[in-house]
Design a protein around this ligand. Structure first.
Ligand code: F6R
Length: 609
């Protein structure tokens, strides 16, 4: 949430800062701003709305200088206005400029103290207190001033700061909000997310919590909380600039939906063991004996990643006979669950930066449980702090609505369940069956994508709906939740997912001829039961869209509309069935004129509580 880009070097900073913000726009799109510097002059430009608004303002009044910092905002404190946009200036002479990700919890009391000292506040943000505090403590040394301010702040921050009196210098600091340095030749970058650096440099250094960094064109340094310099560990990012482009697709979301045959292939590459009919992973950092001792698994995540965890629960129970709990990370972090010695916690996260998931993982580690992460973004905070884990290798996911990360998470959970299962009760033959089916999965997903034209027809028929229900059972109950989440977040249609049989216990009261129900009902053990649930809806006049196995004429006769998907074993149906649901949400959102990649009020990578 919110994006930061900083640059100091030999090139004009403005275009680099704006281009970096464009890459980070998915992290927040309420307002954007830049400040650049020439000698002792700070040139600040900021504007409410999308980065395009800022960019056209910069065409009229460019922002000169070879150093600067910039920000794209997801509003927390204070409305979406030009004034509340970052950067914020501090000091009676506006000598300090700050951009900030995170939340300063004690900003009200700090603001009151600063007002008493005569500081004038222009915005309603929490960030402005940081700018004034730095100015207040400045005695000729920007780093020293920031070091004095940091202990006064309660909350989370990724900060970038420039000062009129320190031309060429950017200072960054992090606690709870990611920051990464990008190392070039004669130029240094700072960003909240390495994707801002694509095309400029692939050499990065991640900051950890409590660290502070200084950047000049010729040098970069990182310091720990105790002010001691940190040994620099440069890492290479392997994402290519084109990974972060839309290519020929009109939206990132559609591109990412269509990438799924490849992202699934990447998630499985080198991990399927066709001899032992199991899966293996390089980075779990738990030896087989430790894995064998695990008696309970807690999966923790938020949003779409939570839904993939729910699929994981069914998979772990089925293959490994292991008790599994799936917990919203935002709840787990404040609970005090009785946990046994042999419990492992697995955090599931695309971004690796979700604040609640990180906090839940840290709390579990504090209690002494091994914490693994299933994560997409390499080098992210959760990936680095976990004891071990599995990368999705799905490439950058930029559409705010998560699609390819979901299916890759489910694929990884399937492989993990096989690994745990084959160490316990799962037979060679049962392992062989699933491993061989997994191998076919990218092709099956490629075939599932062929439903797109049919999905367009269905979308045209139901795009006017005000409410929709998504119903599935067993492995497909979590996919019903995910289908409903996709629809509501990008089309703003109210949608709910339920276990199909739960309808009778309340939600069926919502059913009328204006409320379509999407039934997830490919052939499987509970098919007949779901068919009965479908009849119950039909009997009450509710329109039914069914996602069914290819050539299933029975469903075609009963449902108003059918979308077919390839036949796969039940444990893999969540992945194949997710495809038409993603496309349906996408097409309905388009027909309703919604901004598919940047839905209102949302942002990718939720780094605040
Ligand atoms: C929905 C969506 C969100 C995320 C959630 C967790 O489409 O993208 O619900 O799934 O914010 O994010 P990560 O997986 O990055 O922890």
């Amino acid at each position: 949430m919110c994006g930061i880009v900083g640059y100091t070097g030999f090139r004009e900073a403005e275009s680099i800062l704006v281009e970096g913000l464009r890459r980070l726009e998915y992290r927040g799109y309420d307002s954007a701003g830049v400040v650049t510097q020439t000698g002792p002059t700070l040139h600040i430009r900021k504007k409410a709305g999308r980065i395009a608004n800022l960019a056209s303002m910069l065409l009229d009044t460019p922002s000169p200088g070879t150093i600067g910092i910039s920000h794209t905002r997801w509003a927390t404190h204070g409305g979406v206005t030009d004034t509340n946009a970052h950067p914020h200036l501090g000091g009676h002479d506006s000598s300090i400029a700050v951009v900030h990700n995170g939340v300063i919890d004690n900003y009200m009391s700090l603001k009151a103290q600063l007002k008493e000292l005569g500081y004038v506040f222009r915005s309603e943000t929490d960030t402005e207190v940081v700018a004034h505090l730095i100015a207040h403590h400045y005695e000729g040394d920007l780093v020293a001033a920031i070091r004095k301010v940091i202990p006064l702040l309660k909350g989370t921050y990724g900060l970038a700061v420039v000062s009129k009196r320190d031309p060429g210098l950017i200072v960054g600091a992090r606690l709870g909000s990611p920051l990464v340095l990008g190392i070039g030749e004669g130029e240094v970058f700072l960003a909240s997310d390495p994707s801002a650096l694509l095309g400029y440099t692939s050499r990065v250094v991640y900051l950890t919590d409590g660290q502070l960094c200084t950047l000049t064109p010729e040098s970069y340094r990182i310091f720990d909380r105790d002010e001691s310099p940190v040994e620099i560990n440069i890492e290479e990012i392997d994402w290519k600039p084109e990974d972060a482009d839309k290519g020929a697709f009109p939206h990132y979301m559609l591109k990412e939906i269509y990438e799924q045959p490849d992202s699934l292939q990447a998630a499985m590459r080198g991990r399927l063991d066709f001899e032992a009919m199991t899966a293996h992973f390089g980075g779990l950092n738990l030896d087989p004996q430790k894995l064998r001792q695990v008696e309970r698994v807690i999966l923790t995540a938020c949003g779409t990643s939570y839904n993939s965890g729910l699929v994981g629960e069914y998979l772990f129970e089925e293959f490994a006979r292991l008790p599994v709990e799936v917990e919203y990370a935002s709840e787990l972090r404040y609970r005090n669950p009785p946990v046994d010695r042999n419990t492992i916690v697995i955090a599931i996260t695309q971004s690796g930066e979700t604040a609640d998931t990180l906090a839940a993982m840290r709390e579990s580690k504090r209690m002494g449980h091994p914490a693994l992460a299933i994560c997409n973004v390499v080098g992210s905070t959760i990936a680095r702090e976990a004891d071990g884990g599995v990368y999705l290798h799905a490439g950058p996911e930029i559409g705010v609505a998560s699609t390819k990360a979901f299916t890759s998470q489910v694929a990884v959970l399937t492989m993990l369940a096989i690994l745990f299962g084959r160490m316990r009760h799962m037979s060679f033959t049962a392992g062989e069956r699933v491993i061989n089916e997994l191998k076919q999965l990218p092709d099956q997903v490629r075939r599932a994508l062929q439903c797109h034209d049919r999905v367009k027809e269905v979308a045209a028929k139901y795009a006017h709906a005000r409410n929709m229900l998504y119903l599935g059972r067993q492995f497909l109950y979590p996919v019903a939740l995910e289908g409903a989440l996709k629809l509501k977040e990008i089309s703003y249609i109210h949608a709910e997912g339920y276990p199909a049989a739960e309808m009778k216990h309340g939600p069926i009261a919502l059913v009328d001829k204006e409320t379509p129900s999407v039934f997830l009902m490919p052939r499987g053990a509970v098919f007949d039961k779901v068919m009965s649930n479908l009849e119950e809806i039909k009997a009450r006049g509710g329109p039914v869209i069914a996602i069914a196995s290819e050539n299933d004429d029975d469903v075609a006769h009963r449902a108003d509309d059918v979308i077919y998907v390839p036949d796969v074993p039940e444990c893999l149906q969540p992945i194949v069935v997710a495809i038409p649901l993603q496309l349906l949400a996408y097409e309905i959102a388009l027909l309703r004129g919604c901004d598919v990649d940047k839905p209102r009020n949302l942002a990718k990578s939720v780094t605040v509580e």
